[in-house]
Design a protein around this ligand. Sequence first.
Ligand SMILES: [Zn+2]
Length: 293
Amino acid sequence: MYLNQRTIADTVRCSGIGVHSGKKVNLTIRPAPKNHGIKFIRTDLPDCPCISAHFSMVVDTSMATVIGSDGFIVSTIEHLMASFTGLSIDNALVELDNYEMPIMDGSAGPFTSLIKGVGIKDLNAPRYFFVITAPIELEKDGKSVGIYPYPSYKITCTIEYEHALISRQSYSIDLSDGTFEDEVSRARTFGFLKEYEYFKHYDLAKGVSLENVVVVGEHDIVNEDGLRYKDEFVRHKILDCLGDFSLLGMPIFGHVVANKSGHAFNHEFIKEFFTQKDSWEACTVNDINDLPS
Ligand SMILES: [Zn+2]
């Protein structure tokens, strides 16, 4: 785990379309100084309003994670946020000229490659962590999320679908082992053929296509090239969880365990997290050996 704050070493740009809006959007990610955090700027609006990527700014979690304030929103931030967390980037300024982030290929792979392409800079200032000291758990309607003391940042996700191509899948990633880029960031969003046809028919997810979502048919994967990983579905869930938990605003020393959770339930858990202030400490970490076991 990196104990110092980091930012992207240089400005990067990309363009794409919003998966829900279908609208073209240009994205610029700029380096930012220590203690700045991750902020989004809407350059298409008067005065270019700015918003922090923080759970207190979340206004919708039904289809994607949407932050907003004072009449403007930034939608579908979770995959870029997952890249920032996966690469241990604390500070960046993200500019976009529409209300929804580009979906790219449905994963965080393109963002991760862009950032890795210019490199990451150490800011010579300590990171503030949420160090988990006692379990926090939330359970509802067969879903559960828990967070437990752990000397690194680990996420374990389990999903269960009544579909032979998915059924039950479980996956864990420890962010200190450097596997995020290859094993998780390239896992794409998925949906079922019936939903896909419904969205297309009613023009709901205007930007959705086989270029940015894995479509699961009754007996096979509709996308010509199939899956990137046999268990791409649960790996994508890990990505979404990394994005959702990044909205705590600080990195975590702990183990997140999510069963059948999604954006909405993760967000509910984060609210619970802040009611259980005896179960964590917000602090810098000088030595990993000092952490609670
Ligand atoms: Zn996702």
